[in-house]
Design a protein around this ligand. Structure first.
Ligand SMILES: NC(=O)c1ccc[n+]([C@@H]2O[C@H](COP(=O)([O-])OP(=O)(O)OC[C@H]3O[C@@H](n4cnc5c(N)ncnc54)[C@H](O)[C@@H]3O)[C@@H](O)[C@H]2O)c1
Length: 247
């Protein structure tokens, strides 16, 4: 039996840590050639752990030059792209909206909105060259369910939801599906430094009684990226939150 992503090229951004690392591992285990892209330097160890044909690339999604350089490299190396996990993101500070530092708002937007948008654009151009593909953006349940003290981040994830839906409509006829995962609170390094009492409180709010694990998200990304399993799914936002957003 061939693996589901045999012969497919997948780009995973923010792949040096957390959800991106888990997504890269899942897609590689299912046979994809994974481009492990991150700005942190941690992409090298992730790609080394996966082994050939996984390859590490430095990518700063907030830099247009960096995104375009990676796009050119993918074109020259593979001729196109089959799967994009558009996952890199940052959290931002905790503050009421009227006190939220505008510099922090700009920084969150530069990565989570402008950066994700530039990566989406590059991915779509590469997939048009390939004759189709699947994009999975990493949004958040914060993209459709507000929480206080994180207005910059929440606003950015609302944008992620709508860039997903818009691109799905625009490229449905070109064989490109565009979906998003919307994780609830998931155990990754983005939570480092969080107050354990707050995490316990968040956990108690999840109907299933536990926070998410990176594999919970990676499995759904692989499903949505798989043209055999999800050929008629596009423009959808998949909550992976143990039921948190259901009520
Ligand atoms: N963990 C959660 O609870 C949760 C919930 C909902 C959504 N998300 C989203 O999931 C995605 C991954 O987050 P995570 O929890 O794995 O966090 P993480 O901090 O563990 O990983 C994020 C990765 O993105 C990379 N990154 C940051 N800025 C970048 C840039 N400019 N260019 C390239 N890479 C960059 C970081 O270096 C890091 O490796 C983010 O978009 C985040 O908003 C996370």
């Amino acid at each position: 039996m061939t693996s589901q992503f045999e012969g497919k090229v997948a780009l995973v951004t923010g792949a040096g840590s957390g959800l991106g690392e888990a997504i890269a591992m899942k897609l590689a285990h299912e046979g994809a050639t994974v481009i492990v892209a991150d700005v942190s330097g941690k992409q090298d160890a992730v790609a080394a752990a996966l082994g050939s044909p996984a390859v590490a690339r430095t990518l700063d999604v907030s830099s247009q030059q960096s995104v375009l350089e990676l796009e050119t490299w993918i074109t020259e190396t593979y001729g196109g792209l089959d799967v994009l996990a558009n996952n890199a993101g940052i959290g931002g500070p905790q503050a009421l909206t009227h006190e939220y530092p505008i510099e922090a708002f700009d920084a969150v937007m530069a990565v989570n909105v402008r950066g994700a948008y530039m990566v989406l654009q590059a991915g779509l151009r590469l997939m048009l060259a390939s004759g189709g593909g699947a994009v999975v953006n990493t949004a958040s349940i914060g993209g459709f369910r507000a929480t206080p003290y994180s207005s910059g981040y929440i606003t950015s994830k609302g944008a992620s939801v709508m860039m997903t839906r818009t691109a799905a409509l625009e490229y449905a006829q070109q064989g490109i599906r565009v979906n998003a995962v919307a994780p609830g609170v998931t155990r990754t390094p983005i939570l480092d430094g969080s107050d354990p009492d707050v995490l316990h409180m968040l956990e108690s709010q999840v109907p299933q009684g536990r926070l998410g694990e990176p594999s919970d998200v990676a499995n759904v990304v692989a499903f949505l990226a798989d043209d055999a399993l999800a050929p008629h799914i596009t423009g959808q936002i998949w909550a992976i939150d143990g039921g948190r957003s259901a009520g």
